[in-house]
Design a protein. Structure first.
Lengths: 567, 249
């Protein structure tokens, strides 16, 4: 059996994964990236509006600082973020952004030639650095260029199937070379998951089709807890019809949200910050307008930024203009854009510390698949790109520091044993014959999550969702796969990803059922208030044969005691 | 009334089958505003799980789903099937690259060319604490080239690449130009030498096919012409200085 061997293996080729790999490579270590798509096809590329760092490049009466950035982030999180890690992120933000600029990211500029910054929701300052409205694309291409220069090998279009764990340590994984249909064992002293979010659990999501949360499930299956899974961000403005993201920058630059009566609807919900309240508040506002009959066709409201004028739209928002034309037949220069809220981001994920370490030695996580937790109950726009770079870098650095003392492989036959176990499992799936098609279960899960575990939640909907997810998990056992050959076996991948998504959905539902309060993105109509006496803590979900077992974990408070959150 | 039926004749390829190549027709009734990627996903789910193609963002920003539709090169996700109803539509992989399976092609040559131009900023030295200052107009000049998503569509429509697979290709030459005009990059001679030759800018037929077909409105031919001008300017410059040194003798 041929085993590939690295000092570190990074799973996922988006921003967090590439940044981690660069850090490891620059320390002179042997590192490879494994990704189910070419790194440039990662979902990071779809990020639009920008990345937060207190550069203070825009003259305002009071100078911005990392402390103010930290305060906004913590308040935005509804005080669930761990304040020590928020402080680390905000302190390191400036270095990471400057570094990207030095590596070639083409940020938009101020008149003085500095990196341009725009206002974003929940922020007291114009703090969001941007490259027009294609910031993710620009950052991802820059990091991939660096990866190319450093000659870091990339196993493209390989799937990570299972982690190899023994004696309480991760030693690598088994991967599927999708085109050749071979299962390839990879031994790594450190494995780093950077596999992104799970948006495709929901029917309406801004996420790429590939975002199935498979890396989070790998960790969960290996006994690592998932943290704060009940906190799911719904972006206020996705394009009606396809739910493609329409950036918060449209509002940052001055766009209005209008209901069917032509009113600026945010006046009712956040009279001070208006359209630039945090996402949880704006998403609930829009959904309320729609639910109460003040939307268009009972489905959407308008995002109107015609008053910015052609020049500004072409300069600052060309990407979403192109998206609105291509996918809705609407030119925002001439017409308002129809938008509705949609699942966008997962605040929860694999529990890690400030250096990306998980509860399982040898396993790290960074980016959206991880929960550090810097976003708490609600992430501010512009903080997710920042998180990928800061914690990708830190996880990479810590992996380098840990690898020399890493335990060596206890049993040379470990990979063969894992390989036979996987083989037996796959044969079990293949033997079933095709009973019920996988996609039907997937579609039922997605509808269920959007209708019962969405923006507004209550006990009876969530209990129903719990029962339905259990039924779907039961039905999955009779879903088969027609094609027996592993090469180009889309059905098998869809089956394995659906299995993972059902487990992740279950952790979301259980967390949401347990948490009898409303905080950030988690809104219980039956418990509409935040309850710091009982619920100022994180949720940890551990996998058991009977479903998730929940535990609580303390929130770290440094200098910002929880206060009422008004905008 | 036009038929509501969508018929896709897909060029299939599987080296393990005999024959390894065949054309297969699929029929479906599209829903309103369905795009071609959704149609393909629908076929893969409901009709033929073995149909192979790439996808990711479904929003025309990742560059995965380049293919040929009735001879036109497009991103499937940004192609509305409304315009394809009525008569059978031929779906083929991106041309000039080796086919791996159905609509999935091997892009390694594309990325080999990418690596050849050292596509990463060779920054002039600067303090690590602050950004390079760049004026708004310099950024604007680079911006159209940075918008490239490396989908490969321009290669599939390029007569120079069709004749010679060693031709660096439109997207790659546009990338080289992007670094040449980036005031932060210290290179000039290296970039120009890298693209000077038949497999570089002189191989281009300047027929603007790449400009016409680019889904992100990147103008590679413009970059190629500018690169040629820069090469000529440098040559002229060195000729002048040689003449000058002759006369001063």
């Amino acid at each position: 059996m041929d085993i590939l061997s690295y000092d570190a293996l990074v799973v996922g080729g988006g921003l967090a994964g590439l940044r981690a790999a660069i850090e490891i490579k620059k320390a002179g270590r042997k590192v490879a990236i494994l990704s189910k798509v070419h790194p440039l096809r990662s979902h990071s590329t779809a990020a639009q509006g920008g990345i937060n760092a207190a550069l203070a490049n825009i003259p305002v009466p009071v100078k911005d600082s990392w402390e103010r950035h930290a305060f906004d982030t913590i308040k935005g999180s509804d005080y669930l973020a761990d304040q020590d890690v928020v402080e680390v992120m905000c302190q390191e933000a400036v270095d990471r952004v400057i570094e990207m600029e030095h590596w070639g990211t083409l940020f938009s500029r101020t008149k003085e030639g500095k990196i341009a910054q725009r206002p974003f929701g929940g922020a007291g300052f114009p703090r969001t650095c941007y490259a027009a409205d294609r910031t993710g694309h620009n950052l991802l291409h820059t990091l991939y260029e660096q990866v190319t220069g450093l000659e870091i090998p990339v196993h493209e279009e390989w799937y990570a199937l299972t982690l190899v764990v023994s004696e309480g340590r991760c030693f690598g994984l088994l991967a599927l070379h999708f085109f050749e249909g071979k299962i390839i064992p990879i031994h790594a002293r450190e494995v780093l998951l950077a596999t992104g979010g799970y948006g495709r659990i929901y029917l309406r999501s801004t996420n790429a089709v590939i975002n199935t949360g498979s890396g989070s499930f790998l960790a969960y299956e290996a006994g690592v807890p998932l943290e704060d899974m009940e906190f799911v961000q719904f972006h206020p403005t996705s394009l009606y019809g396809t739910n493609i993201l329409i950036t918060e920058a449209a509002r940052g630059e001055g766009g209005y949200l209008l209901n069917a009566r032509g009113e600026r609807l945010m006046e009712r919900y956040a009279p001070k910050h208006m359209e630039l309240a945090p996402r949880d508040i704006v998403a609930r506002a829009i959904q309320t307008e729609i639910n109460e009959g003040r939307g268009f066709e009972g489905e959407y409201v308008h995002l109107d930024f015609r008053h910015l004028g052609r020049g500004k739209i072409l300069d600052l928002l060309p990407g979403i203009r192109q998206i609105a034309i291509d996918f809705a037949g609407v030119d925002p220069i001439l017409e308002p854009v129809p938008i509705q809220p949609a699942q966008h981001y997962s605040m929860g994920g694999i529990e890690t510390n400030v250096d990306g370490e998980t509860a399982l030695p040898g396993l790290f996580a960074a980016g959206e698949c991880a929960c550090v937790s810097v976003h708490g109950a609600n992430r501010l726009g512009g903080n997710s790109l920042l998180e990928t770079l800061v914690f990708g870098m830190r996880a990479g650095r810590k992996a380098v520091l840990s690898m020399d003392s890493a335990k060596s492989l206890p049993d040379p036959g470990l990979f063969e044993k894992e390989w036979s176990r996987l083989q037996a499992r796959l044969e079990g799936i293949f033997r079933r014959g095709k009973q019920e098609p996988c996609f039907r279960l997937r579609d039922e899960m997605k509808s269920l999550m959007s209708s019962h575990v969405g923006i507004f939640r209550n006990e009876s909907d969530l209990s129903f969702a719990r029962q339905e997810i259990r039924k779907l998990k039961g039905r999955l056992r009779s879903v088969g796969v027609n094609q027996q050959n592993l090469a180009f076996n889309y059905q098998l991948i869809q089956y394995l990803e659906l299995e993972g998504m059902l487990h992740l959905a279950e952790t979301i539902v259980e967390g949401a059922l347990a948490r009898r309060e409303s905080r950030g993105s988690h809104y219980r109509v039956d418990y509409p208030n935040r309850d710091d006496n009982h619920w100022l803590h994180h949720t940890l979900a551990f996998k058991t044969p009977d479903g998730p077992r929940l535990e609580q974990k303390e929130v770290t408070i440094t200098g910002y005691p929880p206060k009422e959150r008004t905008y | 009334m036009r038929s509501r039926l969508l018929t896709l004749k897909i060029r299939r390829f599987n080296p393990e089958r005999h024959p390894s190549e065949w054309l297969q027709a699929f029929h479906l009734e599209p829903w309103e505003k369905m795009n071609l990627l959704e149609a393909l996903l629908h076929i893969q789910e409901e009709q033929d799980g073995s149909l192979a193609f790439r996808y990711s963002c479904r929003g025309a920003v990742c560059g995965s789903c380049a293919m040929r539709v009735d001879g036109r090169l497009v991103l499937a996700c940004r192609t509305h099937v409304e315009d394809l109803l009525g008569k059978p539509v031929l779906i083929e992989p991106l041309p000039y690259f080796p086919i791996l399976r159905d609509l999935v092609v091997d892009m390694s040559l594309f990325f080999a060319h990418y690596r050849e131009i050292q596509p990463y900023l060779h920054g002039k030295s600067i303090s690590s604490e602050r950004e390079y200052l760049m004026d708004v107009s310099s950024r604007r000049a680079i911006d159209p080239y940075v918008n490239c998503i490396l989908c490969g569509i321009c290669f599939g429509n390029c007569p120079a690449f069709r004749l010679d697979r060693q031709f660096l290709g439109p997207a790659i030459l546009a990338k080289a130009y992007r670094f040449l005009i980036d005031p932060r990059d210290g290179r000039e001679k290296e970039i120009l030498e890298n693209v000077n030759g038949q497999k570089g800018v002189w191989g281009c037929k300047t027929v603007f096919n790449c400009v016409k077909v680019c889904p992100k409105e990147v103008p590679p031919t413009h970059a190629i012409v500018q690169l040629r001008n820069e090469i000529l300017r440098r040559r002229l410059g060195s000729l002048f200085s040689r003449l000058k040194s002759l006369f001063s003798l």
